[in-house]
Ligand binder design. Structure first.
Ligand code: HEM
Length: 164
């Protein structure tokens, strides 16, 4: 599994022109705090997800952690270390699995982040021609980590199955 996903992630970076990634990274850098704020305010509003959170924990640790996670995912350095990014997703997945946050809530959060970023970026993007590339990059840059995080719930990446 890890080889397939690492390969897809690397291909995503290789196939997306660097200027597209750089513009998107600058946008994320400027909005990471607001995106984290949006994410956790949604999670706190719903009692089902709010059950796993406290306001203090969100303010003190979770918003900064989410903002940093976003900056790392969208970092546009030409030599991004995909294996290190991958290992980070395993760690984050294991943290959520350990505290018992249902994986469907993690998926919901990921879906909302993708939507929010694509819509907000669309509002400010002046280079309309790169809209499709940027949207694909956003979708996969959060979708791939979500797959890695989900695998932490089952430990499937530790499986010896040669097909993974
Ligand atoms: C795309 C979805 C999500 C991402 C990217 C994400 C990201 C993170 C990150 C980076 C951390 C810090 C991990 C560390 O300690 O190194 C964290 C911790 C945490 N997250 Fe999330 N999270 C997501 C979804 C959720 C959801 C849906 C909930 C609850 C409803 C949640 C609750 C928590 C809690 C309670 C911790 C603190 C765990 C601890 O330190 O004991 N997260 N998250």
């Amino acid at each position: 599994m890890s080889e397939v996903l690492i390969g897809e992630w690397q291909a995503l970076h290789d196939e997306t022109p660097l200027p597209v990634r750089e513009r998107l990274a600058a946008f994320i850098e400027s909005r990471a705090g607001e995106l984290a704020e949006y994410f956790y305010s949604q999670m706190l509003t719903d009692p089902a997800t709010g059950f796993y959170l406290s306001h203090k924990q969100v303010e003190d640790r979770l918003k900064p952690s989410m903002a940093l996670w976003l900056r790392r995912i969208f970092d546009a350095s030409p030599d991004t270390d995909i294996e290190a990014l991958f290992a980070l997703q395993r760690h984050v997945g294991e943290v959520h699995a350990r505290i018992g946050v249902p994986v469907e809530f993690v998926a919901r959060g990921a879906r909302r982040l993708v939507n929010r970023i694509i819509v907000e970026y669309g509002d400010v993007l002046t280079e309309r021609a790169e809209w499709a590339e940027a949207a694909r990059f956003v979708s996969d840059s959060i979708g791939i980590p979500l797959e890695v995080m989900a695998s932490a719930y089952t430990g499937s990446y530790r499986s010896r199955c040669p097909l993974r």
